[in-house]
Design a protein around this ligand. Structure first.
Ligand SMILES: [Zn+2]
Ligand SMILES: [Zn+2]
Length: 339
C-alpha cells in the first residue's frame, strides 16, 4: 500500500509523492500522523544548505499522531492514543550516550536529516522514543512539543534560575519559546533582535525587556536592566556571527552562555574574555529528557505555543509553503500542517 509523503528528490525539488506505507518494525510503534511542523532544518534540507542531509529524503521531525499498532509486550500505550515522537534516534553505545547525552550521540540519526522523516501519513518509530500526550491538546499544538524542548534544553544548559536575567539573542521560534520558558521559570528574559515587529511580538508574550541592537546600545541597555551586573545567562538563538560575538559582552562575570543557533561559518572570538570573565560557554543541541515537561507546559498552557504558530495548513500545501518560507523566512515563525 502507498501513502503520501513530502518528498525531497534533491535540493529545490519538493513534492507530495506516493511512497510505500511503512510496516511496523519490531519494538516500534506504528502511528497515523496527524500533525507536523516545518522547521528551519527542513528549509535547510530544501535549500541544500544542510550538509548532514542526504537525498532523496522525506523531511519532518516535529510530529504528533495516533497509535495504530504497538509492540506485543506493550502495556502502557493503546491503539488510538495520542503521541508525539522524539526524533533523535541514538545508538546507546557511544561515550555521550553512555553518559546520558543521547541528544549528541556520535551516531545520531535525526528524522528528516539522516533518515526519512515523518511528513507522511504513517510512520513507524521506536517505542522508547514515543511519548503519550493528553487527549485534549489540539493536534497543531502537539507539533510544537519538539520545538519547545529545543528551547528548554538551551535554557537548561545555561542553568537559569528564578530571578535571573536571561538575554536571548534572536527571536525566531526557538528564541521566543526560550523567552516563554524563562518566564515559566520566573526568570527575567531580555530579547535582543534587529526586527522591530519581532520585539513587539515578544512584548505581547509577556517579555518586559526587548532591545534592538541596531538602534540601541545593547550593552548599556542590559547594564541598566541588570543594575550593572549584566546577564547571568545568555541564550544565543540566532546563529548570527555578530550576535554570537556580542553574547560575550552581554554576559555577567561568571555568567553562562548557551549556543543553540547554528552559525554558517567559523567565527573568531576573543577567548581572553572567556577567561577574564570566567564564562561557562556551552553548546546546546537537540534536547534530552525534556519531552514530558514540554507536554506538561503545553497542557497547562504555561507556554503559549499557539502564539508562535503563524499558520496551520493542509498537507498538500506544504511543498508550496516550504518554498515560500525559503525565500521569505521573515514572514513566518512556525507553520504547522494537519494531516
Ligand atoms: Zn525542528
Ligand atoms: Zn550514541
Amino acid at each position: 500500500m502507498n501513502m503520501n509523503a513530502i518528498y525531497l528528490e534533491a535540493p529545490g525539488k519538493i513534492a507530495v509523492a506516493a511512497v510505500a506505507q511503512p510496516e511496523r518494525k519490531e519494538q516500534n510503534v506504528l502511528i497515523k500522523v496527524r500533525s507536523f511542523g516545518i522547521c528551519g532544518s527542513d528549509i535547510g534540507a530544501y535549500l541544500g544548505t544542510n550538509p548532514l542531509v542526504s537525498y532523496p529524503r522525506i523531511i519532518g521531525h516535529e510530529v504528533a499522531g495516533e497509535v495504530l499498532e504497538v509492540p506485543e509486550d506493550e502495556t502502557e500505550l493503546k491503539i488510538g492514543d495520542r503521541v508525539v515522537l522524539e526524533p533523535y534516534v541514538y545508538c546507546g553505545n557511544c561515550y555521550p550516550c553512555k553518559n546520558g547525552h543521547t541528544n549528541c550521540c556520535e551516531n545520531l540519526t535525526v528524522l528528516g536529516v539522516h533518515i526519512n522523516g515523518a511528513m507522511s501519513e504513517y510512520f513507524s518509530h521506536p517505542r522508547h522514543l514515543v511519548h503519550k500526550v493528553p487527549a485534549d491538546i489540539p493536534w497543531n499544538l502537539l507539533a510544537m512539543v519538539e520545538p519547545l524542548t529545543i528551547s528548554m534544553h538551551a535554557v537548561k544548559r545555561s542553568r537559569v534560575k528564578k530571578g535571573e536575567h536571561v538575554v536571548i539573542t534572536g527571536s525566531g521560534p526557538i528564541g521566543l519559546l526560550a523567552a516563554q520558558y524563562a518566564l515559566a521559570l520566573e526568570a527575567i528574559p531580555v530579547v535582543v533582535d534587529p526586527v522591530e515587529e519581532r520585539l513587539e511580538f515578544a512584548r505581547k508574550l509577556g517579555v518586559k525587556y526587548t532591545i534592538n541592537p541596531v538602534k540601541q546600545d545593547a550593552v548599556s541597555e542590559i547594564k541598566a536592566i541588570t543594575q550593572g551586573t549584566m546577564a547571568e545567562a545568555v541564550i544565543e538563538a540566532s546563529g548570527n556571527a555578530a550576535a554570537i560575538r556580542s553574547s560575550i559582552d552581554y554576559a555577567a562575570y561568571s555568567g553562562r552562555i548557551s549556543l543553540v543557533g547554528w552559525p554558517k561559518n567559523e567565527i573568531s572570538l576573543p577567548t581572553a574574555l572567556f577567561t577574564k570573565k570566567e564564562l561557562d560557554i556551552v553548546g546546546s543541541r537537540n534536547s534530552f529528557r525534556s519531552f514530558p515537561e514540554s507536554i506538561q507546559l503545553i497542557a497547562e498552557n504555561r507556554v503559549d505555543v499557539a502564539a508562535v504558530i503563524t499558520k496551520t495548513v493542509a498537507f498538500e500545501e506544504i511543498p508550496e509553503l516550504v518554498h515560500d518560507i525559503s525565500i521569505n523566512p521573515g514572514n513566518y515563525l512556525k507553520v504547522v500542517a494537519l494531516v
